[in-house]
Design a protein around this ligand. Structure first.
Ligand SMILES: *Cc1c(COP(=O)(O)O)cnc(C)c1O
Length: 458
């Protein structure tokens, strides 16, 4: 093997870790559309938002102006337990693919919660603690966000109430138990513990729940208990802000070796890891300093960017949350039950939606068997067992590297490897047993979700 001028893993020193998050909205000419009050259809005021969210987080949510926001020291100290995360040169994958492309991935799976979600969980728990709250409520699907938040809350001694989508609660007991280990209480959603849960159960008896439904319950629980606020693990601009730690570290590591990527790829569920990874690079592009190609990868079974509409929509099924303008499939959209790859939220971050609408970012959708094929190929040469969500990015990184093999171009590809797949072995099992299929919603399927969109002339 030839000598490698660039190490397999580029680590930053602790003191090279970013001290500020980067707020890409400050550099966007077209700002993301504001959240609207679902009753009045006027932009949500800070005061209205503070009934649901922590005060400082509301400031971050509404801040379109300040490019840099200090990371408080307590958060930086927590980050130091598992960050900086490595930027890995995928030499083994490159060799296997026989590609002239240079592939790097930023690995966020090196913490107990197993994904990037801890980066925002710790920030949100910190601000809740600062505000003197007793606890927070949230929703979780497969459980990554709930796990990350329980870790963060136990660190600051906050109570944590998690509404977990019922089907996952029953089928994925391990994450549930990790959450309980960290002291969180976990309720299967929809439940009888909230009015909205009762309403949904009455309308859809036997439902196995959805993220949108669990969000409604968590918001109701937060607003009806003294000393609680609601926190969310993706989609919101504040979450994307916290996740810029990923992109800032990536950029610092690349800069150390004078590497300039051509293309940056990430999976997109609600958009927080992708937004966090690309933000500093997008900032350079928005300021006219450099050009990059950005690619969002989503499942063909939940294609909000590639087949959704850019309109105001509800963020939750119970329609208790503010309206957000985003690429969406409609809050009533629920992906096919045989979809195993995560990334199942109906909408997309309003920041990424605006950037995509402005033509600054591309999006691709990929089918799940192709995703698991890429996951396995990656695991066998790079060692890491990737989360199905992350494997969407792997799929497109491999596709792009194979194109370089055809053309001989030595492109530099960076992708986000958001987490590990240890808790997703049932999905891997389905794949290995040939029981996984690629159901793609028809236009008629999608129309059902679009029919439920609110009528907002903005
Ligand atoms: C939650 C999650 C995602 C998707 O969320 P985004 O907000 O789109 O980043 C991706 N990968 C992993 C491992 C996750 O847990």
């Amino acid at each position: 093997m030839s000598e490698k001028a660039i190490p397999y893993k580029i680590y930053l020193e602790e003191n090279e870790m970013p001290r500020q998050w980067y707020n890409v909205r400050a550099d966007m000419k077209n700002k993301p559309a504001p959240l609207l009050n679902p009753g009045t259809l006027e932009p949500m005021t800070a005061q209205e938002l503070e009934a649901v969210f922590c005060k400082e987080l509301v400031q971050q949510e509404l801040d379109d102006v300040h490019p840099y926001i200090d990371i408080p020291e307590d958060i930086r100290n927590f980050y130091k337990m598992y960050r900086p995360s490595p930027l890995v040169r995928a030499y083994c994958l490159e060799e296997k693919l026989q590609t002239p492309a240079k592939i790097y991935y930023k690995f966020e799976g090196n913490n107990t919660s197993g994904s990037h979600k801890l980066n925002s969980a710790i920030a949100q728990a910190y601000y809740a603690k600062q505000q003197g709250l007793r606890g927070v409520t949230t929703e979780t699907g497969a459980g990554q966000w709930g796990t990350a938040l329980s870790m963060a809350c136990s660190y600051f001694g906050l109570d944590c109430k998690v509404y977990m989508v019922k089907v996952s609660y029953e089928q994925k007991p391990f994450r549930r138990e990790v959450m309980r280990t960290y002291g969180a209480s976990v309720t299967p959603s929809p439940s009888e513990t909230t009015e909205v849960g009762k309403r949904i159960l009455k309308a859809h008896p036997g439902t196995t729940g959805s993220l949108g439904c669990a969000i409604s319950e968590a918001v109701e629980a937060a607003t009806s208990m003294e000393g609680y606020r609601y926190v969310l693990g993706s989609v919101l601009s504040q979450v994307l802000l916290h996740q810029t730690i990923i992109g800032l570290e990536t950029k610092a590591a690349l800069d150390k070796y004078n590497i300039v990527p051509d293309m940056i790829i990430g999976c997109a569920g609600g958009g927080s890891n992708l937004g966090g990874l690309i933000s500093p690079f997008m900032g350079e592009m928005l300021r006219g300093e450099r050009d990059y190609q950005f690619i969002a990868v989503e499942p063909a079974s939940c294609p909000s960017l590639t087949r959704g509409r850019y309109v105001y929509d509800f963020c939750d099924t119970g329609m208790v949350c503010p309206l957000a303008k985003m690429y969406t499939l409609g809050s009533g959209f629920i992906p096919s039950p045989n979809h195993s790859g995560g990334l199942r939220y109906h909408g997309m971050s309003s920041i990424l939606s605006q950037l995509y609408d402005d033509g600054l970012m591309e999006a691709r959708s990929v089918e799940q068997t192709a995703v698991f094929t890429a996951a396995e190929q990656f695991a066998r040469v790079e060692g890491i067992l990737p989360a199905p969500e992350s494997s969407h990015a792997i799929r497109v990184a491999i596709d792009e590297a194979m194109k370089c093999r055809e053309t001989g171009e030595e492109k530099t590809i960076v992708f986000g490897l958001t987490g590990t797949g240890y808790f997703d072995m049932v999905a891997y099992e389905k794949f290995h047993n040939g029981e996984m299929n690629d159901y793609i919603p028809t236009d008629a399927d999608l129309q059902v979700g679009f029919d439920g969109l609110p009528k907002v002339e903005k």
